[in-house]
Design a binder for this molecule. Structure first.
Ligand code: F6R
Length: 615
């Protein structure tokens, strides 16, 4: 996720771009840059770090008029391809610096295009997927930027929102989007593009929402729209009523809710580029981007370590590796692992999971693993983080920045990565065959749409929360994958609603926890492991007999719990082994609504920080 802006009009562009980028910093903040068309042609300035660093760098240019110009584009980056650096910052240009591009999204076929463009003689400066777009547009440029962009779009796969300007065409900005957001603002003194509405509000509340593959051509006094084949479109403006703070959250009341709703897109981004296209039966997982080869599957054991929510992802990872790859797995909380004097072996493979890539205990655990000589795979959301730099292989969750303290989209995308690695291990170790792999891949590809379906049904959870939010005792229970989801569900509820909540392996209930169950307890039973439905049904009856209320989260096509549950929340059917990516969503929503109904701020829970960089 990155933020892009563009302005063409009668005023100085640079200050407008910088103010727009300030409003988009929540979309990315590891580097920033602008390109302005002015008297000396296209002027590009960029800098690693927060927007403030760019502002300091170009301050003198702004003061002495060196960046004067009335058309420009800008970008604030959340790195995906290539670590944060001046070179990798946007805008990117063609070799001669005459065409500048800002991009949000992931160009999935960038590696193939890069090779092809290099064969045509193009020289690359950065590690980004975006630079491919700049060279490709240059390749097709024959004096008409719009034609060149349309030709280039035919070659690009993946998701993108692009803003493009050209030195030879000082009267227009071209913008296009596919699966990444882009809005076009119709202002009085000029027109604008932005990834999101907050960057436009200072200038206009009249916006056009671009559809997939639609192209906008912004002039100083008009905006034209085309489809990908160059046919003119007529579009209507929408009036934005949100205030600036609501707009920053995309109209959602809190970042947490926005991030819960971003999960289908984040899951798609994390999955798609890693499965090869083509015939279903011949499809493979492509983990070459992370340098994964068959030697990894010869490991003696997999050791997973992480903290908090990331550790819960690791617990699910253990079950997934055992299920698909039949390899022994140890999973540990990093703060225990680092002090426990664990027995490790150079033949172990370590998977270290961290959204931020900066958690102190997790980094210490990784460094301990490093000493044994075992190889390390990092799963992280932050390109260039310490974890990413120090691991042997990195698999990024392409979730975009997670602002809310409570982790949601990072968790589900961590799961997606773990499933992909587990399946790859399974294939290499021959514990699953091509048919089982194909079935799993088909199921994985349906997960984003199924997550969307769960979210479409959120009102039911909201209503249920409005009846239950004052309960001070909440238990979550499940078996196998559902037990791990129970751990994450209980953590979500406790951290943002301050409800005392605990998770149990349902089979453990009668070994102690049931002593706490009474009429004031809400028990959520997560029930997606079909072979154990009867066991779960008995557990639900046991807690109900002690007066507890029971919410069941289960498949949409089963009536197994109709008689026992007080309330059922249903999720679309997938493989039992893949259920966590769907079954956790109702719990995220439930925690969110309980927090809001209790008058709390779910984005900033007391006593908690987003990144725990000290012990
Ligand atoms: C809970 C939460 C924390 C983090 C934990 C590890 O919602 O966000 O439990 O998961 O602090 O953080 P990372 O993943 O950054 O290492």
């Amino acid at each position: 996720m990155c933020g892009i802006v563009g302005y063409i009009g009668s005023e100085e562009a640079a200050p407008i771009l910088l103010r727009g980028l300030q409003k988009l910093e929540y979309r990315g903040y590891d580097s920033a840059g602008i390109a302005v068309w002015g008297k000396t042609g296209l002027m590009v300035r960029k800098s690693k770090g927060a927007l403030k660093q760019l502002e300091e760098k170009i301050g003198p240019d702004l003061r002495d008029g060196a960046l004067a110009g009335t058309m420009g584009i800008g970008h604030t980056r959340w790195a995906t391809h290539g670590e944060p650096s001046d070179i990798n910052s946007h805008p990117h240009t063609d070799v001669s610096g005459k065409i500048a591009v800002v991009h949000n999204g992931i160009i999935e076929n960038h590696a193939r295009l890069r090779t092809w463009l290099k064969e045509q003689g193009f020289k690359f400066r950065s590690d980004t997927d975006t630079e491919v777009a700049a060279h490709l547009i240059d390749f097709y440029y024959k004096g008409d930027l719009l034609q060149a962009v349309m030709a280039a779009l035919k070659k690009l796969e993946g998701s993108y929102a692009l803003g493009i300007i050209c030195e030879a065409e000082p009267d227009r900005i071209i913008a296009v989007r596919k699966e990444s957001p882009l809005v076009v603002g119709a202002g009085r003194g000029g027109n604008l593009i932005a990834s999101d509405v907050p960057a436009l509000l200072e200038h206009t509340r009249e916006v056009y929402y671009l559809g997939d593959r639609e192209i906008a051509v912004l002039y100083r006094n008009r905006i034209d729209f085309y489809n990908e084949d160059g046919e003119a479109l007529s579009k209507k403006t929408s009036h934005v009523d949100w205030d600036a703070a609501a707009a920053e959250k995309g109209g959602y009341e809190h970042f947490m809710l926005k991030e819960i709703y971003e999960q289908p897109k984040a899951l798609t981004d994390t999955l798609r580029a890693r499965i090869s296209a083509g015939e279903q039966a011949a499809r493979i997982i492509n983990l070459e981007e992370i340098g994964f080869d068959s030697s990894w599957a010869a490991a003696r054991r997999v050791v997973i370590t992480a903290c908090g929510t990331a550790w819960h992802a690791g617990v699910i990872g253990k079950y997934a590796f055992e299920h698909f790859a039949r390899i022994p797995v140890a999973v540990d909380v990093a703060s225990e692992f680092r002090y426990r004097n664990p027995i490790l072996d150079p033949q172990d493979i370590f998977i270290i999971i961290s959204q931020s890539g900066e958690t102190a205990d997790t980094l210490a655990a990784m460094r301990l693993a490093r000493k044994t000589g075992g190889r390390i795979i990092a799963i992280t959301n932050v390109v260039g983080s310490t974890l990413a730099r120090e691991a042997d292989l990195v698999m990024y969750t392409w979730a975009g920045p997670e602002i809310a303290v409570a982790s949601t989209k990072a968790f589900t995308t961590q799961l997606m990565c773990l499933y992909l690695i587990a399946l790859q291990f399974g294939l290499l170790r021959k514990t699953i065959g091509p048919e089982e792999l194909a079935a799993a891949l088909r199921a994985l590809e349906k997960i984003p749409a199924q997550a969307e379906a769960v979210l479409a049904n959120q009102e039911k959870i909201q209503r249920f929360a409005s009846l239950q939010f004052n309960k001070n005792k909440a238990f979550f229970m499940g078996r196998l994958f559902d037990y791990a989801v129970s751990l994450e569900s209980a953590l979500k509820l406790k951290e943002i609603s301050y409800t005392h909540s605990e998770a149990f392996a349902a089979g453990e209930l009668k070994h102690g926890p049931i002593a706490l169950v009474d009429g004031s307890t809400l028990v959520t039973a997560i029930c997606t492991q079909e072979a154990l439905f009867d066991k779960m049904d008995s557990n639900i009856k046991e807690v109900k007999a002690r007066g507890a209320g029971a919410l069941v989260i289960t498949w949409e096509d089963t009536d197994y719990f109709n008689e026992t549950a007080d309330e059922i929340f249903r999720i679309p059917r997938t493989l039992d082994s893949l259920s966590p990516m769907l079954s956790v969503i109702p719990s995220q929503l439930y925690a969110y609504y309980c927090s809001v109904l209790r008058g709390l701020d779910p984005d900033k829970p007391r006593n908690l920080a987003k990144s725990v960089t000290v012990e």
